[in-house]
Design a protein around this ligand. Sequence first.
Ligand code: KG4
Ligand code: ZN
Length: 329
Amino acid sequence: MILSIESSCDDSSIAITKIDTNELVYHKKISQELQHSVYGGVVPELAARLHVEALPKILEECKEYFPQLKAIAVTNAPGLSVTLMEGVTMAKALSLSLGIPLIAVNHLKGHIYSLFIESEAILPLTVLLVSGGHTQIIEVNSLSDMKIIASTMDDSFGESFDKVAKMLELGYPGGPIIQELSSKGDNEKFDFPVPLRQSPKIEFSYSGLKNAVRLEIEKQETLSERTKADICASFQKTAVEHIMQKLKKLFKQHAPKNFAIVGGASANTCLRGEIENLCEKYGTALMLSELKYCSDNAAMIGRVAVEQYKVSDFIDIDELDVQTRVKVF
Ligand code: KG4
Ligand code: ZN
């Protein structure tokens, strides 16, 4: 079995995965959303302090599995340096005390393998990764052969939901709140510009849309619940439309055999619905991770670690460090 730790942002999570069968024998996650909600976003130092409390609490429940562990895996990139450090420090201590090797896992690969928890990977695959930190299209041939074919030039899809929610004083994380409020609003009420509409390139940008929403909010004399819902609905429609315009271009050039959406923001039902229709039109098989594995969790880190264990992809304790940004896999 492998014990995996995830602390790249605001979720403290530990999982234990069987190497032979991918079976998830233990998985727990403690979210900090409530504590960050008052600030309208994640406060790194607060997040780190909460990991210091939560991770040992979860680890306590895993002790019975210690004799069966063959490796310790941990997310070391990308993410917030102060929070990644908490997981990495715990992983090093466990590796030393149990005398077992360390596996460093890329968080984005974790999101991709969230599709294959307790199952075998189906590859090759084209993936849309939409999270708080990333908006990318990735061609996945294998765990060690992934190529980013499109990314955002500024804000990410999930981040734009968080920022709009903050402007409207709705709380954090913005994605689920905006999705919920959108269902009560009129998505035609405000005409926000779809980013990069005229550009032939397949790339993303969300800062212009965020600013358009900001200007509209500033124009309003009062912000009634109704207006907030209309802004959310109109914003969500435009944010999803931007992704769909670019995906349609991609499918037109070369429709993939297998397509998947992963990352915390892949829980967005509006985006899921549109992508389902697109895949159906092109006869592309669509893979989605279970909702509980869309947001950050250690189960997906453990699943990647199983693959790395099988090819002895270990890292020396002195070489394991955190990396906040990883541009290429
Ligand atoms: O993958 P994740 O848990 O953390 C990162 O690695 O960033 O993704 C969290 C992000 C947040 O920005 C959150 O607002 C967004 O995913 N999100 C959503 C939805 N649920 C979560 N965005 C849009 N619609 C949703 N339903
Ligand atoms: Zn993530």
